[in-house]
Ligand binder design. Structure first.
Ligand SMILES: Nc1ncnc2c1ncn2[C@@H]1O[C@H](COP(=O)(O)OS(=O)(=O)O)[C@@H](OP(=O)(O)O)[C@H]1O
Ligand SMILES: [Mg+2]
Ligand SMILES: [Mg+2]
Ligand SMILES: [Mg+2]
Length: 351
């Protein structure tokens, strides 16, 4: 089955959401940042991006059975004191839609925006089609002025069939550990993949797309690797234990699913993610990234070597950790990770 129409709509939705986010990142006001009940940050751009993606998908693909599993909801905006923030989000969305000019419509109201945000409340699951959205993945990176991604995927009967990653601060050229790139004046990258169709990358300002492939290295000594920027999101000590494989380069720490995008074009060869005990991974943190890497020839598994299962609802049901690399390196890497895990569980029973 081809998902051409859906892919076109997803690219448009993610690109417009990226425009909104870029505008906010350039002029970020402290009043635009809020704390959620789990203490994680959320900004007007997270809400604006989610509402905009929902709105654009609804316009491009009208259907009675629209379902979306997305990170944000409108509860905090509906509380006393949320009105100013909602007005700011509504203005951002209306400004983005009117400068794009694709849709002939009257401005959205605050209530329209709340409804669009809450269209992301689906539970997903193994049946039917569900969009999966992280409106800003890497909000902490976004606030630091670093990497973040708008990550949109489509699940069909429990499988990820397309994915789009808009990475406004990721240069089109390869990123390495040595050069520090200026993030100013970058057009940013748009990665997109459809099941069976490979992975492509284009500039967010709409250049021609090129097909990308993961690194083909079979030599761990040449393999550079990515991990989370935030130490709280992944056990950095555990990733460093793969030095036993002969990996020599220090890790490249960048925020968000931009790591999957960079890996899909061979900037690095390995991505390891080992959250602290008790953390449950959400599907929107991996769905788009996973298909972008697998369609580029990579493999994504949990620490048990099983593929990720996106059909279980809003959470991924995983055996500790996520491992991403090319097909040839995977057996070696999996063994090194499993050895490191069993050593560290003997040393620290709480891991
Ligand atoms: N404790 C803990 N452990 C693991 N993961 C966590 C944790 N807390 C949050 N999150 C999720 O991490 C998402 C960002 O992941 P990253 O890989 O981008 O992290 S990092 O910014 O590189 O450190 C981030 O996504 P966003 O909320 O969309 O930014 C969270 O869903
Ligand atoms: Mg996220
Ligand atoms: Mg997010
Ligand atoms: Mg978040």
């Amino acid at each position: 089955m081809s998902y051409e129409k859906e892919l076109k709509a997803a690219k448009k939705a993610a690109s417009l959401a990226a425009q909104l986010c870029q505008k906010v990142q350039k002029a970020l006001l402290q009043s635009d940042v809020h704390s959620k009940s789990d203490k994680s940050p959320v900004t007007v751009a997270d809400y604006g991006s989610q509402a905009l993606v929902s709105f654009v998908l609804g316009k491009e693909l009208p259907t009675a059975s629209f379902s979306m599993v997305a990170e944000e909801d409108s509860a905090d905006l509906r509380k006393d004191g949320g009105q100013d923030t909602l007005e700011r989000i509504t203005k951002l969305i209306n400004d983005t839609l009117s400068s794009d000019g694709s849709y002939d419509l009257s401005p959205l109201s605050g209530e329209d925006v709340l409804t669009a945000i809450d269209s992301g409340k689906s539970e997903g699951g193994p049946n039917g089609r569900h969009w999966v959205l992280d409106p800003i993945d890497g909000t902490k990176g976004f606030l630091r002025g670093d990497q973040y991604a708008i990550a949109l995927a489509l699940l069909d009967e429990g499988k990820v069939v397309l994915g789009v990653l808009a990475c406004p601060n990721l240069p089109l050229q390869p990123i390495g550990n040595t050069e520090k790139h200026s993030l100013q004046n970058q057009a940013g990258c748009l990665f997109f993949a459809e099941v069976g169709g490979g992975t492509h990358m284009q500039s967010l300002d709409g250049s021609l797309s090129t097909k990308v492939h993961v690194s083909s290295t079979v030599n761990p000594a040449e393999a550079s690797f990515f991990e989370s920027y935030e130490a709280a999101h992944s056990l950095h000590d555990l990733s460093s234990s793969i030095a036993t494989l002969g990996v020599q380069a220090p890790p490249v720490r960048i925020d968000s699913q931009a790591k999957y995008g960079a890996l899909s074009r061979g900037d690095g060869a390995i991505y390891l993610r080992f959250p602290h005990k008790g953390y449950r991974e959400k599907i929107w943190d991996h769905a788009a990234g996973c298909i972008v890497v697998t369609e580029a020839g990579g493999v994504v598994t949990d620490a048990g070597g099983n593929p990720l299962d996106f059909s279980k609802g809003r959470f991924l049901d995983l055996d500790t950790g996520i491992i991403v690399t090319n097909q040839k390196l995977m057996p070696l890497l999996l063994k090194a990770v499993q050895d490191a895990l069993s050593e560290s569980s003997q040393a620290t029973p709480s891991l």
